[in-house]
Structure formats: C-alpha cells, structure tokens
Design a protein around this ligand. Structure first.
Ligand code: F6P
Length: 544
C-alpha cells in the first residue's frame, strides 16, 4: 500500500519507544532480583555530560542490546525479530510494487501538458515512486531519424503532418501513440509505478482505444489528465518556450518560421479536438493550471494524491526563500537536535534578516513558516510578516542521539555510525527518524507550498535539504549531503521546468555543520536546471 510507509514509520517509532520503556522496567526488575549483574556505567565521551539512560553510550541502552541479543539466541521463529543492536538501522523503502497507474495526458499543443507531466513526475519521484514520462513526440522523432538513416527517407514533420485530413500521417501518429502506450505498459509490468503518456489524446476515439487496451491489463488504473488553457499570455509563453528552448522539431528553422509552423500545428489539432466529457472515464480536467478543476471517478490512495497535488499547482510568479535558523548554541557546541536558543551570532543573523528579505521582496506579500523549535521562532522574530509554525518543519529526530555530538556518537557506536554514512537516506536513528521519514512528513508542506505564493521557510538543515531536493529534482542518495549553510538565504524562482536560484550569505560568521560524504564515496553532483529535458534517445530504443 502506498501509505504503508507513513503508518509504518509512525508506528515503528512509537513501537520502539514502548519497547524501550518496557525494557527499562524489565531490566530494573531483573537487576533488583539479582538476575543481572549491576549496570556498569560506560564513560561518556564528554566528561561533563553523562549520556542519557537510553542515549547512545548510555548504560541502559548497552544492557538492552546485550540482553536482547542473548534472548534471541534460542529463538525458533521462522524470521527472527528485528535486531535492536546499535543506535539505529537502515530501513527499506515501503513496497510500492502493487501501484500501477497510467496517466494519459489530454490537451492541445502549448497547453502545459508537458509542464504538468514533469511536475507530477518530480513530485512522485521525490516520494520514491518509480515514474516515467512516455513522450510520443520524442518517439516520433527517433523513429523518423532511424528511418532516415536506414532507408534514406526523410519525413517532414511540419504542420501538415498534424492535419487530420492527412490520412497517412494521422495513421502514422495513431500507431506511434499506440506503440508508446505499449512501451509504457511493458515498463509498468517490469516494476514501474506511474507511467505518463504524454500525447494530445485529443479525440474521444483515441481515448476509447487507450481505455480498451488498458482493460486487458489486470490491476492497471487509467486516469486521463486534461490540461485546458484559454489564457492568451500563457499560450504565447508556451509557444515561445517551444520555439526558443531547443525543441528538436524546430532546430533547423528560424524562430519566426518555427512560431508560424507551430501555430498552424495547433490550429490543425483544434479542428478535431474534443474536451473530455466521457462520463465513465476516470479523469481530471485542469483549466489554466489551478483556476478550475473538474474531477471524475478518481478513487484510491495514489490516484487521489495525484489529483490533490495537481489541484494545488499554479503558475503565478513567486519566490520561495529558504533559510536555516541563525547559529544556535547547540551548533556552537557541535551537538545535534535539541531545542536550544540562538548563539550571539545567531541573534545577529535574526536581526539582519528582515533587511535582506524586504530588499528582495519589496512590497509584495510574504508569509514566514517556522518549525515549532525555539531557534527558528527566534530567528523569525524581527520579520514584519505573518508567521506560521509547523510541527512538520521540526528538525530530523535523532532519537537516542539527540543532544550528542557526532564525535560522541562515533565513539560510542562506531559501526553503527559508519552505517549512517554508508546509506544516510535510509538510516533511521533509534527512536528517531530517517531522511525518508522526513520526506514523508514533509509531503503536506510541499502541497501547501505549491498552493501558496511568496513563502520564507526558516528551517533546519535536514528539513531544508528535503525541500530543496524536491524543487531541484535531486536524487535521494544525494539529498542528505546538500549544502545548506547557516546565515544564508536561498531564493528559488520556479520556472516552467525547474527553479532559478540565488544565494545570499550574510557576513556573520557561523560554524559549518555540513558533514561531507565519507571520502571513499562519490561526492554528489548537484546541477539544478530550468531547461526542459527532451527525453533521451536511450529511453525509446527498445521499440526501434
Ligand atoms: O547539526 C545541525 C542539525 O540540524 C542537527 O540538529 C541534525 O541532526 C543535523 O543537522 C542533520 O544533518 P545530518 O543529517 O547531516 O546529520
């Protein structure tokens, strides 16, 4: 089930906490009755601060590890209970293999179909679903190139090719759409979760064919996603994007010729276009991205999430600002987690922040979001804007390691600590969270961010990494290493395909809390882009 990850992670933390409490009682009883040797206090790494009873390096946790290892020795259970040794462990991704959805786009050219496909893909991939866009235009170009190479026949894909009265071309376009759908179905069968059929699918008969084909497949859900747009400015901007951003159809034409041809192509489609009204189909119709949404027969967890996400999108210009809280007392001491106040330098940052933000945003409205932790609320205190606190924005919960330094953790649990470095995204602190857990709890924040206009988030290192990875579409493995320094404001400007970014670092010193990937591992290669990606040829090779 798609939501099992959420349920699993919450209940797992609660379960661990309950287990620890029960174990503490049991250990004390056993000690009192003489069943256990008295607890030997392990010297804490920091001489001044004794580790918490159940903290890493704490006596109870070590006793608990040893006692449960012994108790498992004689177990005859077919699958042994999960190990509780150490301060955390790698937790696998939830099983999404049952999820099989085909999202078939519907819409005239330049109506934002590829924009919606791309946003949906990024959102679902951020949540770790396996998503792929099957772009029929790309398949058409690849096939044409192969034909030209093999047979020396050069097909002309100007506006005439898209005319409904051109029977041969219409037949060729229909079979390309079918072939692309076959590739999509094959890919879903091989393990994919959501395949997006990026084509115009602009007539009832084309949609009926897709429906009939999908009816033959067990367990595949079909949703049509129509993008309507009657805003001339948006259409003009989309046309410009097409002719100026390297669309391969127009690479040999001047921008003027390309524009004319593309507008003719649109009018050819308009002649036969039928908006989606088929009452038995499952569909979502979006007008002017977010202005008006019609939903019909959308059921099930993942389909509803997809619909809810798409409903919240808009394309009004805006900025999203990210800043970590000012340097905290814990940052200075090298401790993680906690709820400490700002250091004197952190306070300086809080005082300097309003000028930086107001210089940037001018008279435009802005809302500030903070976590519920003191250091973010303190950082926001001088900002003259509406403020909201979100529990979901609280820093990654380091569980039993909360309040310790990295050195203390490493000394007390060297093997375990190395495990986190090896697979940081999947590693869950005992009694705490993994980066995946954080992504799951940030999903409502992403929904709300998509709905809102100018927002400044005063957050934490791990939290901002997760949000940043969504906006720049960065892979999970790189996410926990993204650099989000203290005393720096990151300004994102969403564009059709990605975000522009500017960073402003205030000249107020702060400690560096970034821990690079261990030397042996490859450093992440982060190259945010706003270019539309024209899907690479390898992706369509199988059909050649
Ligand atoms: O060090 C500051 C901090 O915000 C800690 O509270 C938190 O545990 C840590 O960063 C998260 O970063 P990492 O995942 O790299 O340990």
């Amino acid at each position: 089930m798609a939501d099992s990850g959420t349920l699993h992670s919450d209940s797992n933390s609660r379960g661990i906490a309950a287990d620890l409490a029960r174990a503490a009682d049991a250990l004390e009883t056993m000690q009192a009755s003489g069943e256990l040797a008295p607890v030997v206090t392990v010297a804490p790494a920091s001489p001044n601060v004794p580790p918490a009873l159940f903290g890493a390096g704490g006596p109870m946790l070590k006793r608990f590890d040893e006692s449960t290892v012994a108790s498992r020795k004689g177990s005859t259970a077919p699958s042994p209970p999960p190990s509780v040794k150490g301060i955390g462990k790698k937790v696998a991704k939830p099983d999404y293999s049952e999820q099989k959805i085909v999202v078939a786009m519907v819409g005239l050219p330049a109506r934002g179909k590829s924009y919606l496909s791309n946003k949906l893909m990024i959102y679902l991939r951020w949540l770790e679903y396996d998503v792929k866009v099957f772009n029929v235009g790309q398949l058409r170009r690849t096939k044409a190139r192969q034909k030209a190479q093999k047979l020396g026949v050069k097909e002309n894909h100007n506006a005439e090719f898209f005319s409904h009265s051109n029977a041969q071309a219409t037949q060729s376009r229909d079979s390309l759409a079918e072939e692309s759908l076959e590739m999509l179905i094959k890919w879903l069968k091989e393990g994919g979760n959501v395949g997006i059929h990026d084509a115009t699918n602009s007539t009832k008969s084309r949609r009926a064919k897709i429906e009939a084909r999908l009816a033959k497949e067990k367990g595949m859900i079909l949703i049509f996603l129509e993008s309507l747009c009657d805003d001339p400015a948006v259409i003009a901007a989309n046309v410009e994007l097409k002719v100026s951003q390297g669309d391969p159809d127009y690479k040999d034409m001047s921008p003027d010729e390309a524009r004319k041809d593309f507008l003719r192509r649109i009018s050819e489609y308009e002649k036969v276009y039928e908006t989606i009204t088929e009452p038995h189909l499952s569909y979502l119709r979006i007008k002017n991205v977010g202005e008006e949404v019609t939903m019909s027969r959308i059921n099930g967890y993942l389909s509803s999430r997809i619909a809810f996400y798409l409903m919240n999108l808009h394309i009004r210009p805006r900025n999203i600002f990210f800043s970590r809280h000012g340097e905290s007392q814990y940052n200075v001491e090298g401790k993680i987690g906690g709820d400490s106040l700002l250091s004197p330098r952190g306070m300086q940052y809080a005082k300097a922040l309003p000028a930086l933000i107001t210089d940037n945003i001018g008279e435009k409205p802005l809302t500030v979001w903070t976590s519920t932790l003191k250091r973010t609320i303190q950082t926001a205190q001088y900002l003259p804007y509406t403020k909201l606190t979100w529990k979901s924005l609280d820093e990654l919960d380091a569980g039993v390691c909360d309040g310790m330094t990295y050195e203390e953790i490493e000394q007390a649990y060297p093997d375990d600590y190395a495990n986190r470095d090896e697979d940081k995204f999947n590693y869950r602190y005992r009694g705490g969270e993994s980066y995946r857990d954080v992504v799951v709890r940030l999903e409502p924040v992403i929904m709300e961010l998509e709905r809102q206009e100018n927002i400044l988030i005063i957050g934490h290192q791990a939290i901002l990494r997760c949000l940043y990875a969504y906006f720049h579409h960065l892979p999970q493995a790189d996410l926990p290493y993204i650099k989000i320094p203290l005393h720096t404001v990151i300004k994102l400007t969403p564009k059709a395909y990605g975000c522009d970014e500017e960073r402003y670092t205030l000249p107020i010193n702060a400690v560096d809390t970034h821990r690079p990937k261990p030397k042996a591992a490859k450093q992440p290669n982060v190259h945010p882009t706003t270019q539309r990606i024209y899907y690479v040829e390898e992706e369509v090779k199988t059909s050649a």
